[in-house]
Design a protein around this ligand. Structure first.
Ligand code: SGN
Ligand code: CA
Length: 543
């Protein structure tokens, strides 16, 4: 009994202490899920084994699909980097958040989901590629790459201060994410971290672990590698061909000396590319550089035996492109495995939502291309995997049309934060719970603006349903394209004048107008932007 002889004053301190430690709000917060949003840069759905890839095995990304939900129709609303990121943060189309292209600075004073989560008691962090020009807002911690960032020994801006880290970018970003989670996992508050990779962005420089991973693999040649672009003027005008726009030096790592020996295009017309190759190499430590040069010796030998300008040469370029691009993805896959292991070992896997996606899709030789931007399938579709054992059935696959405007409302919904009216997307939570609303959207609206600009992809907007796609290219062109995706999966046959489709086309033109009203967009908005630019005395392109 004497153990109970505790002074009254101390008892009341203990009781008060335990109450203040366990307030109702803290209890609710500790039950709210943590959120890890992983976004790579330019990762095509064609390059994940859980999407049936014949190019690569991605065992760790596949783990997310096995333990969560895989989406087959996840689309970006403007297929380019900065706009995709601004849409993620705001849940709004580009014309509403202001970032219509890579040249525009994000206005960080606007509403974003990380700010709303922060207000609701979440600890928030932004680590990796940011690309929105202004400094991040709404994060307790941020460490981002300046601009596009570098693959080897990259510079970072950490809470406003720039410094260089040694190592490979994918490994460094993952280390930083794991360290930040480790420091915040015991907090009363749930956490939300945006974990954005640079990989596998051009110029596809693989890390030290994957310099030779794909050397002996022969990749299947895409059926449309030699597309003739018939009836598709905008496709014909684009400058993103493996043949004539992919550089041998900066993109494919043939030394400038060797390129010069064969006077090979396109590098011979653009010596800046040699400099950009040297710049990347010069960032390396001696050890990294020795390993790099050793790894690319064979390719350089092979190059010297090529018949530059032949069809066979285009196929050879494609093989080298795939080796490097997939080498970057193998590094991403390893690192995501590391993060998933960390979460399991620390008991964080049950109460954490893990999302994997890319800022848009990418061409892996389809239509003869690399890059993105077009509303065609390869760049419109994003891989999307979401795992959250408490609410998502393992191994499920969903074919609803979901968009990148849906991420912000989804996270707010899971955090039980009210979704502001200005958000244009819908929460995916019911779909993830297996209870998709009967009236879920059956069409999507798209709008791309960055023209004149890199790769010469003309401005366009359009609509896609389960089966059909209608696109309008405008600005210095006025052309409509219509595809029946069921009959023409590769989008090679523009059926805009086919009598058989006229009723559907007319209906879809109406539906585009309805969508423009719904999202408060129109093509004249972007024309005004250019007009104002020119009126204010500029003569050059704003991009
Ligand atoms: C760079 C690339 C382009 C790419 C843009 C935008 N050229 O300019 O190929 O389209 O980035 O990419 S490079 O030779 O400098 O790599 S985005 O992902 O940021 O939108
Ligand atoms: Ca991108």
């Amino acid at each position: 009994m004497k153990n109970f002889n505790v002074p009254k004053s101390l008892l009341s301190i203990l009781i008060a202490g335990s109450f203040s430690y366990n307030t109702a709000a803290d209890k609710i917060n500790s039950q709210k899920p943590n959120i890890i949003y992983i976004m790579t840069d330019d990762h095509a759905f064609q390059a994940l084994s859980c999407y049936g890839s014949d190019l690569i095995e991605t065992p760790n990304l596949d783990r997310l699909a096995k333990e969560g939900m895989r989406f087959t129709q996840s689309f970006v609303t403007n297929s380019i980097c900065a706009p995709s990121r601004a849409t993620l943060l705001t849940g709004k189309y580009s014309h509403k958040n202001g970032v219509i292209d890579n040249a525009t600075e994000f206005d960080g004073s606007q509403m974003t989901f990380p700010k709303l989560l922060q207000t609701a008691g979440y600890k928030t962090a932004m680590i990796g590629k940011w690309h929105l020009k202004s400094h991040p807002t709404g994060f307790d911690y941020w460490k981002v790459l300046p601009g596009q960032g570098s693959y080897y020994n990259p510079d970072f801006i950490e809470m406003g201060t720039q410094k260089r880290d040694t190592g490979y970018v994918t490994d460094i970003i993952t280390n930083d994410v794991i360290n930040w989670i480790d420091q915040n996992k015991h907090e009363e508050n749930p956490f939300c971290v945006i974990y954005n990779h640079k990989a596998p962005h051009r110029a596809w420089w693989p890390g030290p672990d994957h310099l030779n991973t794909f050397d002996n693999k022969k990749f299947p040649i895409p059926e449309t590698l030699f597309d003739d672009y018939s009836n598709r003027e905008a496709a014909e005008a684009a400058l993103m061909e493996i043949d004539s726009n992919m550089y041998l030096s900066s993109d494919l790592k043939v030394t400038p000396e060797n390129v010069k020996k064969k006077n090979a295009y396109p590098d011979n017309n653009n010596p800046d590319r040699y400099q950009s190759y040297w710049n990347s190499l010069e960032r390396m430590t001696k050890k990294q550089r020795i390993a790099w040069e050793e790894a690319y010796k064979n390719r350089n030998q092979e190059f010297l035996n090529q018949d530059v300008g032949s069809k066979e040469f285009v196929k050879w370029k494609y093989q080298q492109y795939m080796e490097d691009y997939l080498g970057c993805i193998a590094g991403v896959d390893d690192n995501i495995g590391r993060l998933l292991d960390y979460l399991e070992k620390n008991g964080l896997d049950e109460n954490t939502i893990v999302v994997y996606t890319s800022d848009q899709g990418f061409y892996l030789g389809e239509h003869g291309w690399f890059d993105k931007r077009f509303m065609y399938e390869e760049s419109l579709r994003m891989p999307l995997l979401i795992k959250y054992p408490k609410e998502i059935k393992a191994g499920s696959v969903n074919d609803k049309i979901v968009l990148n405007i849906d991420f912000a409302p989804t996270f707010l919904d899971f955090a039980e934060v009210e979704i502001p009216d200005q958000i244009q997307g819908e929460s995916l939570r019911p779909i993830l719970n297996g209870k998709a609303p009967a009236n879920w959207r059956d069409e999507m609206y798209y709008h791309y603006y960055e023209y004149p600009g890199w790769h010469g992809v003309k401005r366009h907007f359009g609509i896609r349903t389960d089966r059909y796609k209608l696109i309008h290219f405008y600005y210095d062109i006025d052309q409509w394209e219509f595809f029946d995706l069921k009959k023409d999966t590769f989008e090679l046959h523009n059926e805009i004048d086919n009598a058989q489709y006229q009723v559907i086309i007319k209906d879809m033109k109406e539906r585009i107008k309805d969508l423009q009203i719904k999202y408060e967009d129109s093509d004249s908005l972007s024309r005004n932007y250019i007009d104002q630019w020119i009126k204010s005395g500029h003569t050059e392109s704003p991009f």
